[in-house]
Ligand binder design. Sequence first.
Ligand code: AMP
Length: 249
Amino acid sequence: MRVLMVAPPGAGKGTQGALIATHFDIPHVATGDLLRDHVARQTELGRRVRGHLEQGELVPDEIVLDMVREAFVSAKAAGSGYVLDGIPRNIEQARATYRIALQLDMTANVALHLQADDDELVRRLLARAALEHRSDDTEDVIRKRLALYHDVTYPIVSWYGQRGILVSVDAMRPLEAVGREILAALEVMHSLVDLIPDEARRTIDLTGLGAAFGSADGSADMTAAVAGSADAAPADAASAKPAAVTDSG
Ligand code: AMP
C-alpha cells in the first residue's frame, strides 16, 4: 500500500500515519519528524531549517525532496509500501514527488485528505503546545501555518480529486473513529488497487458519514472507487474528470 497524506496542521496526520504504517507494516515517512530530529541533533541541515520550522514556514523544496527520494529507495528495498506524512506541501513538491516515485516505480495508490475546520485545528494545536512545547505551536505561528496550508497545500487536493484517487475523511471526530474509517477505506482499496482501470475510479468522500460510520446503512460505496497513482502530475489531472472537493481542510 502506498499512501500520501494531505492535511492541515493539527488534523492528526502524524497519529493516522503511524496507524496506517503499523496496520499495513509499511514505513511511515514524516518529513516534519525528520526535520525536527535534525534540529534536535543540531546537524548542519538542522541549523539550516530551524528558523523555517520556528516561523511556521516551509523549508526549501530540495531539502524535503532529498528526504523523500531516500525514503522511497529504502521503502522499495523494504517491500515497496509507504505512508508519506507532510509531503507534498505545494504543487512543485507534488510534481517532483510524482517524478521521483515514477522513476522508482513507487507512485502512490491513495491520496488521503484529512478535513477539519480552522477553529478546531487552532484549539487542538494550542492544547498540543501546552503539552509538547513545540516551538511552532504558538498562536501566531499556528495561524500562519494554517494560512500556508490553504494557500499552497490545499490546491493539490483537487489534483488527486480530479484523478479520482482521493479519499477524504472528516478529521473533526475523535482520533479512533477517524482511524477506523481510514483503515476500513484503505483495506477495501488495498485489495482492488491493481484491478480497477483508471477510467473506473472516482473520489471517495467519507466526510459525510459522521457517527453513522460502521453501521449497516452508513457505509460509502468504497468498492467503486479505487486508486492507481495518487501523486499524479497536474497535466494528467487536467484531463481527468472533475470531483467534488471542498476546502474545509
Ligand atoms: P509537520 O510536522 O508536518 O507539521 O511539519 C512541521 C514543519 O516542518 C513545517 O511547518 C515546515 O516548516 C516543515 N516541513 C515539513 N514538511 C515539509 C515539506 N514537505 N516542505 C517544506 N517544509 C516542511
